[in-house]
Design a binder for this molecule. Structure first.
Ligand SMILES: Nc1ncnc2c1ncn2[C@@H]1O[C@H](COP(=O)(O)OP(=O)(O)O)[C@@H](O)[C@H]1O
Ligand SMILES: [Mg+2]
Length: 287
């Protein structure tokens, strides 16, 4: 249960004078769902990019199942780590099925171009690949839309398709960067079930999320990144109760009784939160 799948040791990422990630140690164990949270600009996506070979960390190493990963995205995928992106990256003019097939290219001998051009080598592997892709589409709930163009899918289904494509590389670890961004509450709940189902298939999951309810419901452990540093790590209960985390999200805690200015600020914030429409308040209570 505590076999490490992913181990990041002392990972630092600098862009010129800016240190986006600072000396982060981080582990994901087999069978775990781990959440990575933190305010905007905390370095979460940069850290993901260091884990997946998109960036070469300025310092530190990333290992997968005990082997240090080369900082090259396709080699990281081949090793067994798959990811989705904060901004959806699909081949919009390809069908749903084709998008998943592209995700399989690291697991077939034929390679990406052969898959895209459907050369003779590809045709041999095609049937097995298609069967596996359809299994994944069944799993994710998009099988009936196999022939739809990706760009014609509603937003929530595009996010699902990205997950199916990531799963097509048969990963041992799946990284999700804000999987529920832009989703309605129903889609978010469905995604929660999906993440549990992925974990139950034996795939460890690391997710970046803004939706706190989502991340605390799902995660066995949560790590909090603030200004590039890991501030706190622990179970959902521990992290939720940590004053430093509350301060990082809400600003410094009040010392003693809130003064008039602070009370007015809170009232104004509450009024602003209620203002947009009645749907936002029903949304908040829906769950
Ligand atoms: N390629 C880059 N070049 C320069 N600065 C970057 C780059 N990527 C991210 N940053 C900076 O690193 C910091 C962390 O960004 P990011 O990792 O996107 O945060 P998060 O995902 O937590 O919102 C930000 O200040 C951002 O502007
Ligand atoms: Mg981000």
């Amino acid at each position: 249960m505590t076999t490490p799948v992913l181990e990041a040791r002392d990972v630092t990422m600098r862009f010129g004078g800016l240190t986006a990630v600072r000396s982060v140690d981080f582990t994901v164990n087999a069978g775990e769902i781990v959440g990575l949270i933190g305010p905007n600009g905390a370095g979460k996506t940069t850290f993901f990019n260091c884990l997946t070979g998109l960036y070469v960390p300025t310092e530190g190493t990333v290992s997968y199942k005990g082997t240090v990963l080369p900082p090259k995205p396709h080699l990281v995928t081949q090793a067994g780590i798959a990811r989705t992106f904060q901004n959806i990256r699909l081949f919009s003019n390809m069908t749903v099925l084709e998008n998943v097939l592209v995700g399989r290219h690291t697991r077939t001998k034929e390679g990406l171009w052969s898959a895209l051009l459907r050369g003779p080598g590809f045709k041999k592997a095609e049937r097995a690949s298609e069967e596996r892709a359809m299994e994944l589409l069944e799993f994710i709930g998009l099988a009936p839309k196999r022939d739809h163009l990706a760009r014609n899918l509603p937003y929530g289904e595009q996010r699902k398709l990205e997950i199916a494509r990531a799963l097509a590389s048969e990963p041992g670890l799946l990284l999700l960067d804000e999987p529920t961004a832009g989703m309605n509450p129903q889609e978010t709940r469905a995604t929660e079930e999906l993440v549990f189902a992925i974990r139950d298939k034996g795939i460890a999951v690391l997710l970046i999320e803004h939706d706190m309810r989502f991340v605390f419901n799902l995660s066995d452990r949560v790590a909090v990144l603030v200004q590039g540093e890991k501030l706190v790590e622990g179970t959902s209960e521990v992290v939720q109760a940590d004053e430093r985390v509350i301060a990082a999200y809400l600003g410094e805690p009040f010392e003693g009784d809130p003064g008039e200015a602070e009370a007015a600020e809170v009232e104004a914030a509450e009024a602003a939160a209620e203002a947009p429409s009645t749907t936002s308040s029903t949304k908040g209570e829906a769950k």
